[in-house]
Ligand binder design. Structure first.
Ligand SMILES: Nc1ncnc2c1ncn2[C@@H]1O[C@H](COP(=O)(O)OP(=O)(O)OP(=O)(O)O)[C@@H](O)[C@H]1O
Ligand SMILES: [Mg+2]
Length: 278
């Protein structure tokens, strides 16, 4: 549907991941060093302006994938291409230039928002770091970011700890947007919110995709939310993508047992039309 409509034949992928492997060192119960394979040859492509949802049970490697894409972890093997450049091969300086373009929002924004700062400071910092805006421009940009995510300007003096969960998540999105990223990775970013706030923020994401052409990697264990937001879904199991395809196709004709189990965990009402288009 949306994918075919958006992607021209010659369009370059924004992100291409090839055979990504991540091994973590760990110790066995007996204390001997061992390795744990968290990503086991993951490959996929994301086109600009689209959403790929990565779904999977706890421990399947979703956050490890997000951390590798955001340069927070270095992969053991494989490659990540961003706008045609292999970022896994970049020197530290070149990597610093790419990094702001890939932003991650986690489940608990409180951990990434400094509680000693005001909302104003949280939003001003990424703009000041870019060193290309005057004080007036920064103020203007902050007002526009707040408006874009539906937060009232009245809260700028508050600390992130004085906001509701939904407001904090909107603030995290506004902060990520301040860097004008091309790719926004949302790692269970809506999971801790109640249903109505989840829906509001999901709609905000769709709206921002329409107005800014954002590309999302939406990580979740909730197949219904994935189907609601994504063009394509990739299902992960023990470090591998076991099934991938158009969101509606995965919902209607899941081929793998893992996908069927994730589907079985979704309340039937949530899958009612129009989510499950007839
Ligand atoms: N820093 C680390 N050191 C060792 N093992 C790790 C590390 N981080 C993750 N792992 C292991 O890698 C596997 C994948 O973890 P990951 O956090 O990527 O899963 P996930 O799919 O995001 O799970 P969840 O849905 O619970 O967030 C898990 O078995 C985890 O214990
Ligand atoms: Mg995780």
């Amino acid at each position: 549907m949306k994918v075919e409509a958006t992607i021209g034949k010659n369009m370059q992928p924004l992100l291409r991941v090839e055979n990504l492997v991540k091994r973590y060192a760990k110790r066995s119960l007996a204390g001997t060093p061992e390795e744990f394979l968290a990503l086991d040859g993951v490959s996929f492509t994301v086109f600009p302006g689209t959403t790929l949802a990565v779904v999977g049970e706890s421990g399947s490697g979703k956050s490890t994938l997000a951390a590798c894409l955001a340069c927070l972890e270095s992969p053991t093997a494989g490659s990540i291409w961003f706008e045609g450049r292999e970022i896994t091969k970049l020197e530290e300086r070149a990597c610093r230039q790419v990094r702001p373009q890939i932003q991650v929002i986690f489940q608990d924004p409180a951990s990434s928002l400094n509680p000693r700062w005001s909302v104003m400071e949280v939003l001003a910092e990424p703009l000041i770091l870019q060193r290309k805006f005057t004080r007036e421009e920064i103020d203007r940009r902050i007002s526009s970011l707040l408006e874009r995510v539906g937060l009232s300007p009245d809260i700028v003096e508050r600390s992130p700890t004085e906001l509701s969960g939904g407001q904090r998540q909107r603030l995290a999105i506004a902060r990520a947007l301040a860097l004008e990223p091309k790719l926004l990775i949302l790692d269970e970013a809506l999971s801790a919110l109640d249903c109505s706030v989840q829906a509001q923020i999901a709609n905000l994401l769709v709206e921002l995709q329409g107005s800014l052409g954002m590309t999302y990697l939406f990580i979740t264990h909730d197949l219904a939310m994935a189907a609601h937001l994504a063009d394509e879904i990739a299902v992960m199991d023990r470090g591998r993508i076991v099934e991938q395809g158009q969101a509606q196709k995965i919902l209607k004709h899941p081929e793998q047992e893992t996908t069927r189990q994730l589907l079985a965990a979704v309340p039937r009402l949530t899958l009612a039309p129009p989510l499950l288009e007839q």
